[in-house]
Design a protein around this ligand. Structure first.
Ligand SMILES: Cc1cc2nc3c(=O)[nH]c(=O)nc-3n(C[C@H](O)[C@H](O)[C@H](O)COP(=O)(O)OP(=O)(O)OC[C@H]3O[C@@H](n4cnc5c(N)ncnc54)[C@H](O)[C@@H]3O)c2cc1C
Length: 286
């Protein structure tokens, strides 16, 4: 058996038209780092594949205080973008150079747990996704995009077009803990984005990867730190809340039991990292 037809649309309208014409049997591919191994192994053998590489969905655009990241922007391109340090940090922690050269930011949102490291950072940054189909375009908060293990809000005739991220200055930390130092799937990933006003945390987002069926936020942990100056006791409370709220899976990398404990350890470390960075900035400006 072989793939019957390989379609390469040159624009978004052409891609949507092909998707509408061929229906859900058409396999959509961006960088191909998740889909090509499935085809190579004979796990997926679609009649038709549509590559999005030339559909004009790549590139990063600054629009006021928003960064628009085209769905097929590669992780290597994201690494070169200096506007949002948390995203660079997430891209730096993902896979190896050859994979990052092909893997796309959009494709990362479709990575089954425990993957999707960049998706975790995007969730902490309150990103929104733009979806397009024959009925037009709609914008969905990333927090509402994932609906379960490998399920999402994308309709069968829609494509992910863009991910937009506010560029507001935030205090951020990203930690990916894996079995190896680099190029490894996550045992747990933590991304934190905080806003501080008059010395106190005024807004908090704590996102976790490999700690649920998809990247999740831990609202109880976030609530524990809002209004505080991020003292040690508050950090412990937030870490404990994250341990209670997470819903990790057992897989070949780690058990649910171990992941849950590592959520506590790395939420605490990420918050401590932010405290250290904040102190260093204050000392520098004194
Ligand atoms: C060796 C190796 C190491 C890896 N390491 C990591 C890692 O450390 N961290 C990590 O997060 N991931 C890792 N991955 C997973 C993968 O590389 C990334 O998740 C990548 O971002 C997926 O993007 P892609 O463009 O290659 O996806 P593709 O394979 O092209 O597509 C994946 C899925 O997403 C859908 N899709 C993609 N784009 C769109 C779109 N615009 N609209 C609608 N549907 C779309 C496709 O239909 C497909 O079902 C690794 C993969 C490999 C092979």
């Amino acid at each position: 058996m072989t793939v019957g037809e390989y379609l390469v649309p040159r624009s978004l309208p052409e891609a949507i038209d092909l998707l509408e014409r061929h229906g859900p049997e058409l396999l959509v591919m961006a960088g191909g780092t998740l889909t090509m191994p499935l085809i190579n192994e004979g796990i997926a053998m679609p009649d038709r594949v549509m590559s999005l590489r030339h559909a004009g969905l790549g590139g990063i655009e600054r629009r006021g205080d928003v960064l628009g990241i085209g769905a097929t922007t590669t992780l290597t391109q994201l690494l070169a973008e200096e506007g949002v340090p948390l995203l660079r940090e997430a891209a730096r922690n993902m896979a190896s150079w050859p994979i990052r050269n092909m893997a796309t930011v959009g494709g990362n949102l479709f990575t089954p747990s425990p993957g999707g490291d960049v998706a975790v950072a995007l969730l902490a940054l309150d990103a929104q996704v733009r979806l397009a189909g024959p009925r037009g375009t709609r914008v969905v908060p990333l927090a509402d995009f994932h609906t379960g293990f490998m399920t999402n809000a994308l309709a069968a005739d829609e494509l992910l077009v863009e991910i937009s991220v506010p560029t507001t200055v935030r205090q951020t930390a990203f930690i990916k803990f894996g079995r190896k130092h680099a190029n490894t799937p996550a045992v747990v990933t933590v991304a934190v984005a905080l806003e501080r006003r008059d010395g106190q945390i005024s807004a908090a987002r704590i996102a976790l990867g490999a700690a649920g069926p998809h990247p999740i936020r831990v609202a109880g942990a976030e609530a524990a730190i809002v209004g505080s100056a991020l003292e040690a006791g508050v950090i412990e409370q937030a870490a404990a809340a994250a341990v209670r709220e997470c819903r990790p899976l057992t897989d070949a990398l780690a058990t649910e039991w171990y992941r849950r404990r590592m959520v506590g350890v790395f939420v605490r470390r990420a918050l401590e990292l932010i405290v250290e960075q904040h102190r260093a900035r204050v000392a520098e400006s004194a």
